[in-house]
Each structure stands twice: as C-alpha cells, then as structure tokens.
Ligand binder design. Structure first.
Ligand SMILES: C=C(O[C@H]1C=CC=C(C(=O)O)[C@@H]1O)C(=O)O
Length: 374
C-alpha cells in the first residue's frame, strides 16, 4: 500500500517532510470556529478522544475567518514522498492583480514607512492559471517533493471543493516531547542554478536590508516562544536553499516549560509572524488589506497536525496554490522594509512562483514568460 492509495482530493489531507508523510482521510469531528479559537477546541476534542487521535488541517491568514481543522476517520504514516512525477498541464496564466498594481503597492508601503509607524510589511501577489485538464494532485506532490525534498509538502481540502497544495520551506513550529523547533525564513534571492548563485548567496549574507527583514521575524518568534519555554536557543541566521530560492533562516530551538502546551497552541501564538505579515502586526495587516488587492484565504496561514499527546508540526502556508474546478490560484509574497526596491520585490515574487509552476510541469520558457503576462 502506498501513501496515495485511496487519495480523494476533497477528503484527504497530505503532509510530507523529509522524515515521513501523513495521509489522513475523512472527518469524525470538524472543529468549528476561527483560528485563534482552534488550540482550545482541538485540545478539548483530543483530550476527550485520547489514544491515537489527531487533528489535521489549515488555519487561514486572517484571524476572523474560519479554520479548516478535522479529526480524520483514518490516517496512516508512510515514508517520505519521493519521485519526480509531474502532472505536465498546459495552462494560460494571468497576473491578478497586475504587476503594475504590485509595484504601486510596494511604493505605497514604503511611503507608509516614512512616518515610522510601520517597520515591515509583506506584500503578496497572485497568478491565476487555467489548466487545460484537471491536475493530478498526487503527481504534483511527488514533483514538488522531488524538487524540494526538505520542504513541507501538503494538500488540504478546503470548503467549496477547493484544495490548498504546495511545498513550504518554512517550519512555523514543531513540538516533539519537550523540544520546540521553529525555522523562520525571511530575506531572499532567486536561485538560478548556474554560476550566479555564488554571488547571490554572498550578496544575501552581506545585505543589511535582508538581515533587517529577517531580524523582525526572529525577534517576534523569540518573544512569542519565550513565555512557553524554559530555554531558548537563537543562533545567527544562515543561508538555506530551496530549488527556486535562497533564504536567510534561523533554526530556533527551545525546551517547553509546560508539557501540556500543544503544537497547535504554539503555532497560534506565533501566527502571523513577520515572515508573512510584518511589524507591528496591526499596522502591517492594515497595509496588506489596503494595498494587496486580493483575498489571501489560507495562503500565509498554516498547515499541519497535532496529536493527543500535544506533539505536532505546522508549516507556514507559502509556495502554494488553491486548486478549484478549472482554476488554480498561485500566491507569492515578499517582505518590504525601508530600502526595498519595488522591481526587486516583483522579481522575487516571480521567482517564488517557480516552485509551483515547475511542480505543475510548466516549462522554463513558460515560467519566464509569466513575468510579462498582465
Ligand atoms: C511570504 C513568502 O515568503 C516568506 C518566506 C521566506 C522569505 C520571504 C521574503 O524574503 O520575503 C517571505 O517572508 C512567500 O513565499 O509567499
């Protein structure tokens, strides 16, 4: 039996890492409520069910929208998702909103920072693809995991027969016994896979702008985890790579003070980090709402699982797309701080789309052309 046996896009939850992969199916309990209410509800349900019960699903970016969390009917763990199967769809691609809209949003965000009230915000954009045939999601996940074996590869059923699928490089938080791990990423360069990569990595390491962008995330995560941890280790950032990007990343580890704190509680205490929102959180959210021009939904939220012992893992829902009948909406964002250049942020989001576009089997030429399609 393979992990994908019995996969049903609208009732199966898949989550794979370099260690193992989870396929959960159906729902014996659907947890009602919004993201911030999730930890208490999930803890109560898991306490009542006990044993080997788990909660799986996704929490959207916005605090006031419903989460999609269930206790599945069945689940099984398997070996990591591997292989390079790629669905190879043909598709028309449209930037929505347009690239001009994005450039203007970045300009406006930078002028909001002049007053000093806003230190960082993360502005995203989206591409709408119309595929010429339905996408084979297991093949997509194999392709994504094949390109990024250390990613968090996922597919989550959403309301209205949609599926959120992608390969996030960013671990929001993992709890395993008393050990807490977070791996925030912020500060990026495209990875070209040729001679230019050495210079890109050196530039990222030396960039004051990218280190400032990254420090906002590390500071927020350190402050949010501190009340839960008896020890916290925050090393210097290092450059980490996906197939498409280079990022500054900091591997934060801690020891949980109270073993009753669940992985989901930690994840909700961290969300939204300045890797997807900004600093201060309220002003950054307002800038996103005012400037972005589309609804994030579950993009930039979180995806993962928590078990009855409180262990679990939640990834930041980035490098992903929402799959609906006849339409795929891809998302990619970039952190904006004083010193950001609109053109560079546009190019960075274009490079971040490559994860999903390559996973869909769109050829290099198509991927490059995307930049010019308005
Ligand atoms: C918001 C995204 O990336 C975040 C994670 C890594 C690097 C980021 C950056 O450099 O801007 C972003 O904070 C995204 O991919 O949509």
């Amino acid at each position: 039996m393979t992990l994908f046996d019995g996969y049903r896009p609208h009732s199966s939850f898949l989550y794979g890492t370099s260690e193992r992969a989870l396929h959960a199916k159906g729902a014996t309990v659907t947890l009602p409520g919004r993201g911030p209410e999730a930890p208490a509800r999930a803890a109560a349900v898991l306490r009542a069910l006990g044993g080997d019960a788990i909660v799986v699903g996704a929490i959207p970016f916005a605090d006031d929208e419903p989460a999609r969390l269930v206790v599945p009917e069945h689940y099984r763990w398997g070996p990591p998702i591997t292989g390079a199967a790629v669905p190879r769809v043909g598709a028309t691609v449209r930037a929505e909103p347009t690239e001009e809209h994005y450039l203007s949003a970045v300009h406006k965000a930078l002028s909001m920072m002049d007053g000093g009230g806003l230190a960082k915000t993360v502005l995203a954009r989206s591409l709408v693809l119309r595929p010429n045939r339905p996408v084979d999601l297991p093949a997509l996940l194999r392709g994504l995991a094949g390109r990024d074996p250390r990613g968090h590869t996922f597919a989550v059923p959403l309301p209205r027969r949609r599926v959120l699928a992608g390969a996030s490089p960013e671990l929001l938080v993992r709890r395993r016994g008393r050990v807490v791990t977070a791996h925030p990423l912020a500060g990026s360069r495209p990875r070209t896979g040729d001679g230019r990569d050495t210079a890109a990595v050196a530039e990222l390491r030396a960039s004051d702008k990218d280190h400032r962008e990254h420090a906002h995330v590390v500071d927020a995560i350190t402050a949010a985890l501190a009340p839960y941890c008896s020890r916290l280790r925050v090393p210097e950032p290092e450059v980490t790579g996906t197939a498409a990007m280079w990022h500054l990343g900091t591997l934060i580890t801690g020891e949980l003070a109270d073993p009753g704190t669940t992985a989901l509680e930690l994840a909700c205490a961290l969300h939204p980090t300045p890797a997807v929102c900004g600093t201060p959180t309220g002003a950054a959210r307002e800038a996103i709402t005012a400037l972005e021009g589309f609804h994030r939904g579950f993009y930039a939220g979180m995806v993962g699982w928590t078990d009855a012992a409180g262990d679990g893992e939640w990834a930041v829902a980035i490098r992903c797309a929402e799959f609906a009948e006849g339409e795929i909406r891809l998302f990619a964002g970039a952190g904006i701080v004083p010193g950001s250049h609109p053109d560079r942020e546009l190019a960075e989001t274009t490079a971040k789309f490559t994860t999903l576009l390559a996973g869909l089997g769109l050829e290099d030429g198509d991927v490059r052309r995307v930049h010019h399609v308005a």
